[in-house]
Design a protein around this ligand. Sequence first.
Ligand code: 16G
Length: 249
Amino acid sequence: MILAAFVSEPLVERGPPPLYLRLQERIRRAIERGELKPSEALPGERDIAQAVQVSRVTVRKALSGLVDAGLLEARQGSGTFVARRSIELPLSRLTSFTEDMCLRGVSTTSRWLLREVTFPSPRETMYLALSLRDKVVRLRRVRLAGEMPMAIELAVVPHCHLPAPDRVTTSLYAALDEYGIRPVKALQLLSAAKIGKADAALLEVEPGAAMLTIERISYLASGRPMEFTRSFYRGDTYDFVAELNLEPT
Ligand code: 16G
């Protein structure tokens, strides 16, 4: 069995802090560095104990402390796993991916899959209320939070609103802001799906894993649609929160 880097060296008793706390520190660091990924299984207690040369009681104490701290999850009968780190996103605020992540202290990057100026599909023409001669900018990206791929996002914007698509580096909304354009309203459609093979590779999950699809049409203050997006979010990294208010009577 190949053991993870965090158990590659024995822990040597050298006075305080106690061994279980030092083992916890190693696991914590391995999670922070991404050597242990969310939902990844840890080696069994016995393997860890042998590899770092401490007793199983010490390993159990270290793991149960990390389970209590929410960093690990103990699953009955199947072992100990790195906890899923899910990000809660509000459903009622019109923010961009970059702004949402920034609020959570996470930096974002994009892996570009497509950036083109082209004619819209019939559906896009309809969603964006375009004429058959209008062109659109089509952007397709894998959106990452830190090192982790979170979503695949297709954004379609009328070319007249984004004459220079190269201006979109990290954030589409920041680039639109530069043209003085900002959506003030959006309609979203949420649905559940299973991820296909090609997208699974992009999001580094197993084919068939659960996904959340969100389609959004955003509107300018004038009522004109300015963006159609279709995003596939990894089901294990997002929770969406909706705030519900009583309609004033
Ligand atoms: C969000 C929006 C998407 C928008 C993008 C802009 C949802 C479901 N979708 O992902 O419509 O295009 O933010 O993000 O919230 P950016 O400015 O970071 O490129």
